[in-house]
Write a protein that binds this ligand. Structure first.
Ligand SMILES: *Cc1c(COP(=O)(O)O)cnc(C)c1O
Length: 238
């Protein structure tokens, strides 16, 4: 077994144990393997080990990898800061965009995503699933919308027929202590519940993307449904 395959096996075990310990169903948690800066061979190794969901931070890199790996049924999540003028690179290949933080960006993505139409016959275009990236007062980060902007942004995203809003995402300031992120994860869960309370939708939003290599177990305890793990699968990035 390759190191990558072993790491994936171990991370899935840890994910499962964390879920069970928290009284949650492990099947409701998606592991995103964050492959930014890593080679195509690394992505293939992970894919062969049964990992089908990958995350990328840079628009060009994601577009290039998706093109090279077209033969594999990969679900790509875009998790980096997205500039509006790069939406055209990401929208055609991303199944998920986790970092929507303005209506302008949402519109740019929606404009670039395939419009569901009868012209293509049986080919049904997929809506892009998306998350609102939230910033709860991290001064060092310029991305993410403030808590007070979530509700108006969600209402506006819901008017875009090519996007399918699923929930919220957060990147807390980095700190190697796994417990450091806990208050941020708690806060994100409360914000999702507030949002669901205020929006009168038939189905509540359910997705919380939070937790990375060093703190995904804490995030799972706090309700993460998507964890984004890079280093613990692929090793350190140079
Ligand atoms: C790089 C990155 C990750 C993965 O971080 P690791 O510490 O390598 O697990 C997760 N989420 C985002 C947004 C990232 O940029």
């Amino acid at each position: 077994m390759s190191d990558i395959a072993k790491n994936i096996f171990q991370i899935k075990n840890r994910l499962r144990n964390a879920a069970l310990k928290a009284g949650r169903d492990p099947e409701t948690i998606t592991l995103v393997a964050v492959s930014k800066t890593k080679s195509l061979a690394d992505v293939r190794a992970a894919f062969e080990a049964g990992q089908f969901v990958f995350g990328e931070n840079y628009a060009q890199e994601m577009a290039a990898k998706a093109a090279e790996l077209k033969d594999m049924k990969i679900e790509w999540h875009f998790i980096g800061h997205l500039q509006k003028n790069k939406a055209k690179l990401v929208a055609p290949v991303a199944s998920w965009i986790e970092t929507i933080d303005s209506f302008e960006l949402a519109t740019a993505v929606a404009r670039r995503s395939p419009v569901p139409s009868a012209v293509e016959g049986s080919l049904v275009a997929q809506k892009i699933k998306c998350l609102i990236e939230v910033n709860v007062g991290d001064e060092s980060s310029k991305s993410g919308c403030g808590p007070q902007d979530i509700l108006p942004l969600a209402r506006r995203i819901e008017t875009l027929q090519n996007l399918d809003l699923q929930g919220l995402m957060i990147i807390p300031p980095f700190n190697p202590d796994p417990e450091f992120g806990r208050p941020y994860f708690k806060k994100l869960r409360e914000l999702l519940s507030d949002l669901n309370g205020k929006l009168d939708r038939p189905k509540p939003f359910t997705q919380l993307s939070m937790g990375m290599s060093h703190d995904f177990e804490v995030a799972i305890e706090e309700g993460a449904t998507i964890v984004r793990v890079g280093t613990a699968i692929f090793g350190e990035r140079s």
